[in-house]
Design a protein around this ligand. Structure first.
Ligand SMILES: Cc1cc2nc3c(=O)[nH]c(=O)nc-3n(C[C@H](O)[C@H](O)[C@H](O)COP(=O)(O)O)c2cc1C
Length: 173
């Protein structure tokens, strides 16, 4: 079995998830970082996985462009879709539906949001500001926040979700 995992990342979390997935899948698995390569010959692969991180409710523009370019081919083979993002539960599901085209989500053999990471030292000043504001407003609304103290790195990536996604990809025909 040959699987291509295409991903778009800013600070490396989506890449980490893509590599975890690759380790859990049997057969020939190739990784493609959309920052380095923008095109692929999808006819060489039986299955394709597309993953992206989320910023302000949007997937990375490289992922959006790749999906737009290859939508027809992606609909014609088992495709998996994942997001790397801090939102969880119903918010994560809503984000996934909003980021990927409906016609692709409907046909996908696996879809999930694996969680995300916040590396405060890697963020620029504007990003740190946005994240701290989001954290403050979450704190007010729900009495807890996904961003912790706003200084210490946070990870909510779930290896169980990655494992389950890999199993669904493996089982798809
Ligand atoms: C400025 C900023 C905006 C973000 N916006 C969202 C968002 O709208 N929804 C969400 O679930 N996560 C959001 N996140 C969390 C990122 O998706 C998370 O940090 C992810 O792990 C980044 O992955 P990457 O390193 O692969 O780019 C945001 C993070 C930053 C720094």
């Amino acid at each position: 079995m040959s699987i291509l995992i295409v991903y778009a990342t800013k600070y490396g979390s989506a890449e980490k998830c893509a590599k975890q997935l690759a380790d859990k899948l049997d057969g020939q698995v190739e990784l493609l970082n959309l920052r380095e390569v923008k095109t692929a010959d999808l006819s060489r692969y039986e299955k394709v996985i597309i993953g992206s991180s989320v910023y302000m409710g949007n997937m990375r523009k490289e992922a959006k462009a790749f999906i737009a370019k290859y939508l027809k081919e992606l609909q014609d083979k088992p495709t998996g879709l994942f997001l790397c993002a801090m939102a969880n539960g119903a918010d994560a599901e809503k984000q996934l539906q909003a980021c990927f085209p409906r016609e692709l989500v409907e046909k996908a053999v696996a879809t999930d949001t694996f969680g995300g990471e916040l590396h405060f030292k890697r963020m620029n000043t504007a990003e740190r500001f946005i994240i701290r504001m989001v954290g403050r407003s979450q704190m007010k609304k729900q009495g807890s926040s996904l961003i912790g103290d706003g200084k210490t790195d946070v990870s909510t990536i779930s290896e169980d979700k990655v494992e389950q996604f890999a199993r669904s990809m493996q089982a798809a025909v």
